[in-house]
Design a protein around this ligand. Structure first.
Ligand code: CP
Length: 296
């Protein structure tokens, strides 16, 4: 059994195995329901979610598992029970736990005998999202190496970006970053990346798509701002037809969603819009990740 908490220093061959297993899972979506039929997956989400929680439930149910949904606002947390005690209790009812929490260091406080999956820890990481991002890219291009990325939005607070960069650290890709000045990646972040990879990352000052294969958009995480919240920062990098008209024919646009105004609805009907396919890919990827955690 294994936890799935971070993509920092995650073995490339393990990552490739998960991508490959997800392909198998996708091909066998309707006949995998005996694989883990004796197991229970519990989701404990202390922050809102649509995609991550429901795709974990869909993945677990496709694998024949039962699911429990722990809802903090209707639980004994409201009577003062600690998170540590809560997780100990959930451990007794489950075979695998999927946790989303607003604290970056939440997993260092938890000690369980069953696998834990990180579904987002504050602004730090969202590793299962990054694996489904890679899967979507691999499906679109039949490769990851050699691609040019432009990653845009709230790079400081966007945990999907952090996990994606840790994952891409394993590949021969080039990365451009574009964001509002105050939302750049923290300096410490780069210390976790290989020197060779760092040479292939640069900030750009314009949203230009000419040589880009993968445009990875993110929303501004307004809920993470302390004090007075700015408004409409995403207007700085809103995709408009003029920007998109200069894109390569096979550009794909990814977004972990939810979106704000950075991708207007009219982009949805273009051949470049991959973000809804990306969200759907969450199911086979999360099936593969559950399998990785339970079998390892
Ligand atoms: N991509 C993502 O994490 O979406 P949710 O917040 O809806 O789970």
């Amino acid at each position: 059994m294994a936890n799935f908490l971070s993509l920092k220093n995650f073995e490339k061959n393990e990552l490739l195995k998960i991508l490959s297993e997800a392909k198998q899972m996708e091909q066998n979506l309707y006949n995998s329901n005996t694989l883990f039929s004796s197991k229970i997956l519990t989701a404990a989400f202390f922050e809102p979610s649509t995609r991550t929680k429901l795709s974990f439930f869909a993945a677990a149910q496709r694998l024949g598992m039962k699911t429990l949904d722990y809802l903090p606002e209707f639980s004994s947390l409201k009577k003062g029970e600690s998170i540590e005690d809560t997780i100990k209790i959930l451990e007794g009812y489950s075979d695998i736990l999927v946790i989303r929490h607003y604290e970056e260091d939440i997993f260092s406080k938890l000690d369980t005998s069953i696998p834990l999956i990180n579904a987002g820890n504050g602004t730090d990481e969202h590793p299962t999202q990054a694996v489904l991002d890679l899967y979507t890219i691999q499906k679109a291009f039949s490769k990851i190496d050699g691609l040019n990325f432009l990653i845009v939005g709230d790079l400081k607070n966007g945990r999907t970006v952090h996990s994606l960069l840790f994952a891409l650290n394993n590949f021969d890709v080039s990365i451009k970053l574009f964001c509002p000045q105050e939302l750049k990646l923290g300096k410490n972040f780069f210390s976790a990346l290989d020197q060779d990879f760092l040479k292939r990352i640069s900030y750009v000052s314009k949203l230009e798509l000419t040589d880009i294969d993968v445009l990875y958009m993110t929303r501004i995480q307004y809920e993470r701002f302390k004090g007075k919240k700015p408004k409409g920062l995403e207007k700085l990098y809103r995709l408009n037809p003029s920007i998109l008209s200069k894109a390569k024919d096979n550009l794909i646009i990814l977004h972990p969603l939810p979106r704000l105004e950075e991708i207007p609805k009219e982009v949805d009907s273009t051949k470049h819009a991959y973000y809804f396919k990306q969200a759907k890919n969450a199911v086979p990827i999360r099936m593969a990740i559950i399998s990785y955690c339970l079998k390892k």
